[in-house]
Write a protein that binds this ligand. Structure first.
Ligand SMILES: [Mg+2]
Length: 368
């Protein structure tokens, strides 16, 4: 397979409601899509960067720039292009894992479509549907939060995740427990908003029987999470800190995490995501698939990943309607709290051309 051209396409998708986390509020999702054209087939990639470098150091404009100037030209030079060679071919460029992941996804999709194979099968999926959780943003009031959580439970979501930050943590968790009971699978995500000095405060979450507390401390404070685990009984899950299979192995060895949130974009692609799942399985560490407000393209691939055997906790693989009134692919719809794993070759879904055109803000064709 040889890469003959690649389209960078920016789309802007309005969210059904503003989504607030400890690092900011999103109202529209600005997404960079990649369409890789090879002699055999075309493939889609979705870059999960946010417009600003607030979740990680990457952001959309930087991803487009590094793809255009470095990553795509490096791959274009390869006569024999295969998805498992994308990572090694780009390894000498430091960082930019989300941009690399998007490029690998596009090449992998093209390769699988050309040979009629599904991503789920390629990754080693063992389920044909996956249980779905939902991530609930920080709200203006407890009443608003309870209405939102109640709505999601009515829709059938099997696990609730509350975004937290200092000043919005113990009380919202208490309110959700009091209203909806102890049987609801409940977890929290701080997106790095605390410090080790907050350990005793975070331990106040212990009585609520949470599945986990996700990334309470800054990304590079891996050892501090191990320290935190001495005070906090709720299992600690890492998200931002885990950037590779090696960093996952290190964090587990340090006692810094008991659960891992796997996001392919954060770790450089679906193939590295699978390696992380393997490392975690070898250490009996449960994993689940996170989300970055993906369109139907990234959502399809995430659902395939979430069907792997080590993914024993429900992920943030929510239905399209959680975020978007109109998705660019046929929508993913919750059925009994689950989403079906796509069964068509590659990632298994295609954009609907008219919808895609409607939300497109720019396109750029790279060829050589
Ligand atoms: Mg997170």
């Amino acid at each position: 397979m040889k890469l003959t051209g690649l389209e960078l396409r920016r789309i802007a998708m309005p969210l059904v409601a503003p989504f607030r986390t400890s690092f900011g509020t999103q109202t529209t999702r600005d997404i960079l899509l990649l369409r890789a054209v090879t002699g055999d087939a075309e493939g889609w990639g979705e870059c999960v960067t946010l417009p600003d470098p607030v979740y990680s150091s990457e952001y959309v404009d930087a991803a487009a720039d590094v793809l255009r100037r470095f990553l795509v030209p490096a791959l274009a030079a390869h006569e024999r292009l295969e998805a498992h060679l994308v990572g090694p071919a780009l390894a000498h460029f430091k960082g930019h894992r989300m941009a690399k992941a998007a490029l690998e996804m596009a090449v992998l999709d093209a390769e699988l479509r050309a040979s009629g194979r599904t991503l789920a099968r390629e990754l080693g999926a063992v389920r044909d549907r996956v249980p779905c959780g939902v991530s609930v943003g920080i709200m203006g009031s407890t009443g608003e939060l309870l209405d939102a959580v109640g709505g999601y439970l009515d829709e059938g979501y099997v696990r609730i995740k509350l975004k937290i930050e200092p000043g919005w943590d113990v009380e919202p968790v208490r309110a959700v427990r009091e209203r909806f009971g102890d049987d609801v699978l409940l977890q929290v995500d701080a997106n790095t908003a605390y410090t080790l000095a907050d350990a005793r405060h975070l331990a106040r979450l212990d009585p609520f029987g949470l599945l986990l507390i996700e990334q309470p401390l800054p990304e590079e404070d891996v050892l501090a999470h191990a320290e935190l685990a001495k005070t906090v009984r709720t299992p600690i899950c890492l998200d931002e800190s885990i950037t590779s299979a090696k960093s996952a192995a290190d964090a587990i060895k340090l006692g810094a995490c008991h659960v891992v949130n796997i996001k392919p974009g954060r770790v450089g692609g679906y193939l590295e995501a699978r390696r992380i799942a393997d490392v975690c399985a070898a250490h009996d560490v449960p994993v689940w698939c996170g989300g970055m407000l993906e369109s139907g393209l990234g959502r399809a691939a995430n659902v395939a990943l979430a069907a792997l055997p080590g993914f024993t906790l429900p992920g943030d693989t929510s239905a399209s309607g959680r975020y978007y009134r109109t998705d660019i692919t046929p929508p993913f719809v919750l059925e009994d709290g689950h989403l079906p794993v796509p069964t068509a070759p590659g990632i298994g879904v295609d954009p609907i051309p008219e919808v895609l055109d409607e939300v497109t803000t720019s396109t750029e064709w790279l060829s050589w």
